[in-house]
Design a protein around this ligand. Sequence first.
Ligand code: ADA
Length: 561
Amino acid sequence: MTAYPHFTRRLTHDLNRLWDFVFLPESRLDKLAPEALAYTDRLPVPSAFDALPAYAGKRGIGVYRTAVEVTPDTPSVLKIGAAGMTVKVYIDGVATASHIGSYTPFEVLLPAAPHSRREIVVATENRFDYKRNPLQENFFDFYNYGGIFRPVCLEELPEHPLRQAFVTVDDLQAGRIRVVVDLDGAGTGLTCRIDDGDPQAVHCTTLPDHRLEFHTVVPNPTLWSPATPNLHTLTLDTGSDAMTVRFGLREVRTENGRVLLNGEPVKLLGYCRHEAHPQFGPATPVSLMAADLQQMRDQGCNFVRGSHYQQDARFLDLCDELGFLVFSESLAWGQHQKQLADPAFIEAQLDQTRVMVQTDFNHPSIIIWGFLNEGASDAEFARGCYEKLISLIRSLDATRLVTYASNRYLTDLFLEQVDLVCFNMYPGWYSSDRDNEHPLDEVLPRIKAMLDGLRERGVSDKPFIISEIGAGAIYGCHDALAGYWSEEYQAELLKLVCQETVTNPAIAGLAIWQFCDIRTYQGSGALGRPRSFNNKGTVDEYRRPKLACSIVKTIFSSHGN
Ligand code: ADA
């Protein structure tokens, strides 16, 4: 399955196959000499090398190598869906690009060369080093792997390649759209074809930065929604390059504390989901992504929060097709002053957030852009970083809702600036009162206190989303007393939360923490994480349902979304 956009005129080399591999526990990335390496293994791409038994838990550099035969004297672009954590790419032995961030796609341009064989080496280091990679640290509550996580291809380029087309809706009912085209060249002779209609010449207005703009009408417009996930395609053709993007006609906005999709209120009901599996790490196959979505849909979900990083383009394509509403956020976890007041961190955040919005712009499933999960949003030192991110996203995309998941609640400083108030809260689990024998009693009063507080603060016109809530349960652990870590306790807690969400009009949505159990801290950081897993999934890491699944299903399915 190749994710959109599709470049149909380009000669495309699929590089998802076995690559040569060597693991270097001692070497340093800046001293690496790829030509001197002896490759001892072969690994598939995509893969997280340290999710595989031979390299499990090891930190160092995993070097992947392959070669491809291309047309001589033709430039090309290497497209890497995602690779982590700190990455260096060598083309024909020459260091050509570097990348950080693990979950953002990136491209490497290969200038034309007289020879046809191009050697590609991707060195992926999974050691933590804040100076070189401020985006990832070992306090994150999910395991940071190394490798090439998402698909790779090499496309041969025409002289004036198309880069991206951004489709927005001008008039929903009439199917009128605005298209902004990013291309390297003048765009003379550009045609546009919608679905399987005839190509039409387009008359563009020139915008700054090599961009062109035009407006057109979708011939047989059908709206996109979770119940009717209708999609349209738009193919741009310059004569030498052609690009097909897929989009949906839908509109999202908020009104009086509710989220409206195509003018109708919708309650967001679903899960936070990590791209994670014990055997694949974050390099999960597309069949697993589809199975996860089907398992969520079976529980009556219409919503998924892609925690805590940019999502795989194939996953988003599936969400478009299956009718999920997505909260997409850029990579972050619990940053404080060290990061939020550091210009290098802020710049890296802005960069990766820009990439997320620009590459995933056309997915109708994405209705919310987010960033900085649980950052120190109650502190003045964070203001610059938060405000820059909010205005960056708004400048790139005025059509979606902007927010972040906060655990600073009513002391949060920036709630007035976002479209939705999203709180990650754990009443009944991380209890402050150790003498309380009935922590479940905390759940509903705590939610009520938040809603009252938001009303007093004057922000209750913004939809309120519980962006995380949950309890740990070890798969197969049953207990007549429904104690901590039992499936029963988790089921009872989620029953309260789900019932409150579907019946209380002041709650616009719920993303249960979390869909599946995930590997997390290695070492003593895992004291509250039995098995070194975050066990708050309602299915375990192999997707075996715990008791809570059927409770969630009964309650979510009863809601007439
Ligand atoms: C936080 C965080 C999650 C996870 C969760 C938990 O809210 O955003 O990634 O760590 O807590 O399980 O405690």
